[in-house]
Design a protein around this ligand. Sequence first.
Ligand SMILES: NC(=O)c1ccc[n+]([C@@H]2O[C@H](COP(=O)([O-])OP(=O)(O)OC[C@H]3O[C@@H](n4cnc5c(N)ncnc54)[C@H](OP(=O)(O)O)[C@@H]3O)[C@@H](O)[C@H]2O)c1
Length: 354
Amino acid sequence: MNQPRSAPTLAVVGATGAVGTVMLQILSQHADIWGEIRLIASSRSAGRKLTVRGEEVEVHALAEEAFEGVDIALFDLPDEIAAQWAPIAAAKGAVVVDNSAAFRMDPDVPLVVPEVNPHAVRVRPRGIVATPNCTTLSMIVAVGALHAEFGLRELVVSSYQAVSGVGMAGVEALREQTKLVAGTELGTAPGDVRRAVGEATGPFPEPIALNVLPWVGSPADDGWSSEEMKIRGESRKILDRPDLKVSATCVRVPVVTTHSLAVHARFENEITVQRAYEILSTSPGVVVFDNPAAGEFLTPADVVGTDPTWVGRVRRALDDPCALDFFVCGDNLRKGSALNTAQIAELVAAEWSG
Ligand SMILES: NC(=O)c1ccc[n+]([C@@H]2O[C@H](COP(=O)([O-])OP(=O)(O)OC[C@H]3O[C@@H](n4cnc5c(N)ncnc54)[C@H](OP(=O)(O)O)[C@@H]3O)[C@@H](O)[C@H]2O)c1
C-alpha cells in the first residue's frame, strides 16, 4: 500500500465502459473523499474527456506508469485484461477493487458485499479485493439479511437478466434489434423474429428483441452456464457457507438495465412472512415493496437507476414452513457493480483516515 496521504488518489480503470460510466456518476454523487481521480481505459480512448465531480478529466491509456501514486484502483475491465493488470497495479502499491470475474474465487482475494461481510475487506494478501457478479449482487443483500436470522440451507433461483449485464455491446444490440421489430406483427410465427434480426444478434447467441434466452455466460460442466456457477460459488463464499446448496437458472430478457430474480430460499428454522418483512425492511440497502392486492408490483423499469435491492412477492412456501419465496430487482450497474465497488473503495479509504 502506498503511504497514506490526507486524501487518497483513486483510479477508475475502464472508465469509458458501461460500469465505468455509472461509476463516474456515483463518485460525483457520493461524499467526495478522494484527492485526484484518474481515469484509465484502452489506448482507443486515450485523450477523451469524461466528466466526474463536475469537472472534465482526460482519459489515460492503460500502462504501468498510469498507476504511479494511485492508492486505490477500481477495475471495470474485461476479465482477461483485469487478470493481467490487477497484479501490476497492486505491485505499484494500489489496493485494487476488481469488478471482473478474474479473482472472485481466489482464496487469497476477499469477495466483499459491504452490507453482508464488510470485515472480509481487511484481509487481502494479494492487494486485491473482488466484487461479486451482478446477478449474485442483485439478491445477496436480501438473502444475507435473512440468512443472519434464519440460517440459509438452500437457494433455488431463476434470473431475468438485463442486456447491460454484458456491457455497452448488449445495450446496442437490444436497441438495434428493437428498431427492426418495432411496429411489426412479428412474434406470431416460428422464426419470424430470427429472420428479421438476421445474424446481428450482438453478444447474444439468439435474438433478444421480443424474446427470452435461457442462457447467460459460457458453457460450464454438465450443462450448467458460467453465470449459474458464479451465483453458486460466490454465494457460498460471501455467506461463508461452503456447503450451501444452490441451483440457478439464468435467463436473459429484453430489459436494458436491472436484473430480477425469483428466489426460493430454504432455512434451518421455521420462518414467518411477518418476521421476514421486519428483517428485510430494517436491513441497510433493502427496500420492501410488496402490494399485490393493490395491483402494485416491482418491475425493473421502475427500479433502474436506484441503489437498493428491492424485494416483493414475499410468500412462505406452501409445502415447507422453513422456505420463503420472493422476487428481487436490483440495478446491475449500480449495486450490481459500480455501487458495490465504490462502497468497497470507501471501506478501504476509511483505513487511510482510521
Ligand atoms: N455490466 C454489468 O452489469 C457488470 C456487472 C458486474 C460486473 N461487470 C464486470 O465489469 C467489467 C466491465 O464491464 P462493462 O460492462 O463495463 O464492459 P464494457 O462496457 O465493455 O467496458 C469495458 C471497459 O474496459 C476497457 N477496456 C477494454 N479492453 C481494454 C484493454 N485491452 N485495455 C484497457 N482497457 C480496456 C474499455 O475501454 P475502451 O472504451 O477504451 O475500449 C471500457 O472502458 C467486466 O469484467 C464485467 O464482467 C459488469
